[in-house]
Design a protein around this ligand. Structure first.
Ligand code: GTP
Length: 202
């Protein structure tokens, strides 16, 4: 039987390669964690129905490739996004320094109404290069909600997705549905991705 839900929220996960974008999607959607690293090719998505304060909402979560060579392809998916989870790795200073690059990319390619949440992943690690305060300051500078998270130890993963979803809901309550014009476009991209997956049998 098909599950009923009140709305679909499209969320994009962005950030440098190796910061844990695929892991956060798997942790949240499948409650699993993988230690092995397989770089994402292009883009992939998973869906999960969440209970947002008593209302079932379908989250469609797009996992993008962080590698430079996929940038042109992945930016095509920004326009349909209602929310963006922007991830850096607290053990990798470069991924943190690139946050401004990603924010600029979002500004240039996403809807002006998109809700962005900043998250510092791998916070359980002892090899930390970015402290909690620096993450908070960066988030404050750009007025973004912020969490440190760990896919490995399942810290704040649900909090991050629920906070992002609540912000999307607030925006929709304020502005109606500001993403209406991008829905058809996203559906076309999703169908294309489905048929590509079928034709390569993967
Ligand atoms: P691209 O597909 O290349 O863009 O990378 P990605 O951002 O999707 O990274 P991915 O999720 O594949 O994770 C990269 C590596 O980081 C993997 O070896 C994971 O096991 C590891 N990793 C992910 N999350 C955590 C975490 O919370 N803690 C630690 N210590 N390692 C993690």
């Amino acid at each position: 039987m098909a599950l009923d839900f009140a709305a679909t929220y499209k969320v994009l996960v962005l950030g440098d390669s190796n910061v844990g974008k695929t892991c956060i999607v798997h942790r949240f959607c499948d409650e699993r964690y993988y230690d092995t690293y397989i770089s994402t090719i292009g883009i992939d998505f998973k869906q999960k129905i969440i209970n947002l304060d008593g209302v079932p909402i379908k989250l469609q979560i797009w996992d993008t490739a962080g590698q430079e060579r996929f940038r042109t392809l992945t930016t095509a998916y920004y326009r349909g996004a209602m929310g963006i989870l922007l991830l850096y790795d607290v053990t990798n200073l470069e991924s943190f320094n690139h946050i401004t690059y990603w924010l600029q990319n979002i500004e240039e390619n996403a809807s002006p109404n998109v809700v962005t949440l900043l998250a510092g992943n791998k916070c359980e690690s002892n090899d930390r290069m970015v402290d909690l305060d620096s993450g908070k300051k960066m988030a404050d500078n750009f007025d973004l909600p912020f969490f440190e998270v760990s896919c490995k130890d399942n810290i704040n993963i649900e909090n991050a997705f629920l906070t992002l979803s609540r912000k999307i809901r607030e925006l929709r309550e304020l502005k109606g549905d500001p993403f209406q014009e991008t829905k058809e476009e996203t559906e076309v991209l999703k169908n294309k991705l489905d048929s590509n997956a079928k034709s390569c049998n993967c």
